[in-house]
Design a binder for this molecule. Structure first.
Ligand code: SAH
Ligand code: SF4
Length: 413
């Protein structure tokens, strides 16, 4: 009988997932120069003390507090105020002595400024945010009937440069800190509470590539999931990556209960290279190998994301090739019909380079993309269903306000 993957509900298993773990770990795992395996502890996580949590969340605040020589219960009270009553000023923390409230108030209750928001008719809201340097980025709040999801950013811009993505077209401005990531969650928690909802799910699917800002992302997950912090369940958190094998392995070791979403977009390395052009793209075989290792270590079902681009990767044959790669593994596929991005759509006026190009305006991706037809989406999905692969079509929320998958550009369009 075929050996089953751990916690599998899928019959059969591919050759890759049958290999013993140590054998797989040694095959094809050499990272390109500069992308060595990140050193992340594999020790089980112990809950953070309130003092340690504040140091991890806001080193600036921890420094201010260190000067105050506080008893440890004050740290618990500060955490309670920060994480249970998000974004309320410290002046309202009446359990704290007035002098301490004054000190805390000068540090501020959030590291982010809210520069505005845009709200779609279905309640999806895009927050325009900035850190202390004023550089803008975005987070999205998505309400549903009895739950709510936050889509948060890990970087301002993105160094990967996927040709179909608005964030990729910006390049990387900078990494976000753990506090800047956590404060996006606190911002959306406030909105959820205002709408009588609780923030139940968190997806790192906003701006940036989370596994290229690994330290801050892992720290943010600890703060968000710790009982003294925001206390969200690990299992309600998903991290989406373009496929950085070393980062996937580090995530599995460090936060094994967090869900992994892998942006594959093609079953063929040549097609994938046109969509993910830069040095951060790894061969599909290596990326999937890391994803199967992630499953071996964590038992979490892999989510495969596949942006469907008309006439590029959306034929039934593309679907069958994708099915062949995934068959026998514990996966679900999310098909994401391409959301239009100004300047990247095929129907638009062709881009004409300016006569005197500046470094910023001299390069633009050609007008390439269009959304797939509904028939193509249905046929692609059927090809996967025929191979018994769980597949859903993601209806991106917030298209009308530029808040859907891949449309975030820090208010720069
Ligand atoms: N950098 C990570 C996470 C952010 S992007 C990643 O690439 O996975 C989140 C998802 O949005 C990815 O699956 C990405 O491929 C998808 N996406 C990007 N641009 C898009 C667009 N214009 N339309 C639909 N999905 C898009
Ligand atoms: Fe970066 Fe993800 Fe956009 Fe690619 S799709 S450019 S990895 S944010």
């Amino acid at each position: 009988m075929t050996k089953q993957p751990r916690r599998s509900n899928v019959v059969g298993e591919s050759r890759a997932s049958r290999k013993p773990r140590d054998q797989r770990a040694s095959r094809g795992q050499r990272e390109p120069r500069g992308q060595r395996e990140p050193r992340v502890s594999s020790k089980p996580r112990i809950p953070l003390t309130p003092q340690a949590l504040i140091s991890l969340y806001r080193p600036d605040l921890a420094e201010t507090l260190a000067e105050e020589d506080l008893p440890s219960f004050r740290y618990s009270q500060i955490c309670e105020h920060l994480f249970s009553r998000p974004l309320r000023p410290f002046s309202e923390a009446t359990a704290l002595p007035g002098s301490l409230r004054d000190v805390l108030d000068t540090s501020g209750v959030s590291v982010l400024k809210q520069n505005g928001e845009q709200r779609a008719p279905d309640g999806t809201t895009k927050f325009l945010l900035a850190g202390s340097d004023g550089v803008g980025f975005e987070a999205v709040f998505m309400p549903y009937k009895s739950r709510a999801t936050a889509c948060i950013s890990s970087q301002i811009g993105c160094p990967v440069g996927c040709t179909f993505c608005a964030t990729g077209a910006m390049g990387l401005k900078r990494n976000l800190s753990a506090a800047e990531i956590v404060d996006q969650v606190r911002t959306t928690q406030v909105r959820a509470a205002e709408e009588g909802l609780r923030l139940t799910n968190l997806v790192y699917m906003g701006m940036g590539e989370p596994l290229l800002n690994l330290r801050a992302v892992l720290d943010s997950v600890r703060i968000i999931s710790d009982p003294h912090g925001l206390g969200m369940a690990h299992r309600s958190i998903s991290i989406s990556t373009v496929g950085i094998p070393a980062g996937i392995r580090a995530l599995a070791r460090s936060e094994p209960q967090v869900n992994l979403a892998l942006s594959l977009h093609a079953a063929d390395d040549n097609i994938r290279a046109t969509l993910i052009p830069g040095t951060f793209r790894h061969p599909i075989a290596e990326v999937l190998d890391a994803a199967w290792q992630h499953f071996d270590l964590t038992g979490r079902k892999l989510l495969v994301e596949y942006v469907l681009l008309g006439d590029i990767n959306d034929s039934p044959n593309d679907g069958r090739r994708l099915a062949a790669l995934l068959r026998g593994h514990v996966v679900a596929v999310n098909l994401i019909p391409w959301n239009p991005v100004p300047g990247l759509g095929r129907q638009e006026r062709p881009f004409r380079p300016s006569k005197t190009p500046t470094p910023q305006s001299s390069f633009r991706a050609p007008s390439l993309f269009r959304a797939p037809s509904p028939m193509a989406v249905a046929a692609f999905r059927q090809a996967l269903l025929d191979a018994h692969i769980e597949t859903v079509v993601r209806q991106s929320k917030g298209g009308g306000i530029g808040a859907a998958c891949g449309q975030l550009a820090g208010g720069q369009r």
